[in-house]
Design a protein around this ligand. Structure first.
Ligand SMILES: Nc1ncnc2c1ncn2[C@@H]1O[C@H](COP(=O)(O)OP(=O)(O)OP(=O)(O)O)[C@@H](O)[C@H]1O
Length: 313
């Protein structure tokens, strides 16, 4: 199988902790792919293996046609990928421009320094020292450093943590623009809205394995799941008067679950209109990406499913 990233049967142990357990996925060229999962699920370990920073125990890993565990092609891989990691060490006394220009020197065909500073929304702050940047501005600088080498593949580790809503949206647009220009993007995020807005495909990691994979719209059967219809009962009626089974909720709204929302809504609204009543607060929802994510990453007792298995000594 070919792809910008191909992972098959990946395993990684830290001593007795089996952090990655036979995990596999493929990222197509020009795709935005998001890894989701609770703290400790194994995402960072996988990203670090892909980036060539951590050795794997077993399994196949192919990144832009190269094996990130192969010393002979380490430099080539470094030049072709861009990284936006947590806690990047940058010189606090350099300016924004000096920092980006210095990193440009590490790559054979970098992008233009000022263009990249503009792309990440730091225009006007070129002469500001890194130590004087706000948290969100610093994160934008991290993004600039990920882009400066003009990478074919960009790894983003929680790229918009600390961003204000405007900065987050403009970063999403920037990442989409990069994708549209041919860049492949692999990211981790804890923000379901980010995954929903940005990712072409998502994979949920739990206990070192992929437990679900798909587009944000279809993950975990979201598109075919029952819809939830909610409304306030008209005055003087009870749930027993309704033409379909309904459950009363604590918030004063009743809930109707339905696999056939068109017919169910027709019966409900017809019933209300015949009585000259309104279904106040009427809402029709499918499970959100967050609903599906929480179901996939929480067991029956509401505890994380991602406790790494301890192998026998
Ligand atoms: N260097 C290490 N030494 C020992 N155990 C480690 C090491 N790095 C990670 N682990 C363990 O491996 C498991 C997976 O960790 P990992 O950092 O890959 O998870 P994650 O999904 O990235 O979590 P987060 O969302 O918190 O970043 C955890 O149980 C973690 O404690």
């Amino acid at each position: 199988m070919t792809g910008a990233v191909v992972v098959e049967g990946l395993h990684k142990r830290y001593g007795t902790v089996h952090a990655v357990r036979g995990l596999g996925f493929t990222v197509g060229y020009g795709e935005i792919f998001a890894l989701l999962g609770r703290n400790g699920a194994g995402k960072t370990t996988v990203m670090e293996i892909l980036e060539g920073f951590r050795a794997r125990d077993s399994g196949r890993v192919d990144v832009l046609g190269l094996d990130p565990g192969e010393k002979a092609t380490e430099r080539t891989l470094r030049e072709r990928i861009g990284l936006v990691l947590q806690d990047v060490a940058v010189e606090p006394y350099l300016t924004v421009r000096e920092t980006v220009a210095r990193n440009a020197g590490y790559y054979p065909a970098p992008r233009d320094t000022d263009e990249v500073i503009g792309l990440v929304g730091l225009a006007g702050l070129e002469r500001k020292k890194v130590r004087a940047l706000s948290g969100g501005q610093k994160r934008r600088l991290d993004l600039a450093l990920g882009l400066i080498g003009n990478p074919g593949l960009l790894f983003l580790d929680e790229p918009t943590t600390g961003f204000d809503p405007n900065a987050r949206r403009s970063s999403w647009q920037l990442v989409r623009d990069l994708r549209d220009a041919g860049t492949t993007v692999v990211l981790t995020t804890h923000h379901m809205e980010e995954a929903q807005e940005l990712a072409d495909r998502v994979a949920v990691v739990a206990a070192g394995r992929i437990v679900a994979e798909g587009t944000p719209a279809t993950l975990g059967g979201r598109d075919t799941a029952h819809v939830r219809i909610r409304f306030a009962l008209p005055p003087g009626t009870t749930v027993d008067d309704l033409p379909v089974p309904a459950a009363p909720g604590e918030d004063g709204l009743v809930t109707v679950e339905s696999a056939e929302p068109t017919g169910t809504l027709h019966r409900l609204t017809g019933w209300a209109l015949r009585r000259g009543a309104a279904l106040t607060g009427l809402r029709v929802d499918r499970p959100s990406l967050e609903d599906v994510y929480l179901r996939l990453t929480t067991d029956d007792h509401g505890t994380p499913e991602n406790r790494p298995e301890r192998s026998a000594l």
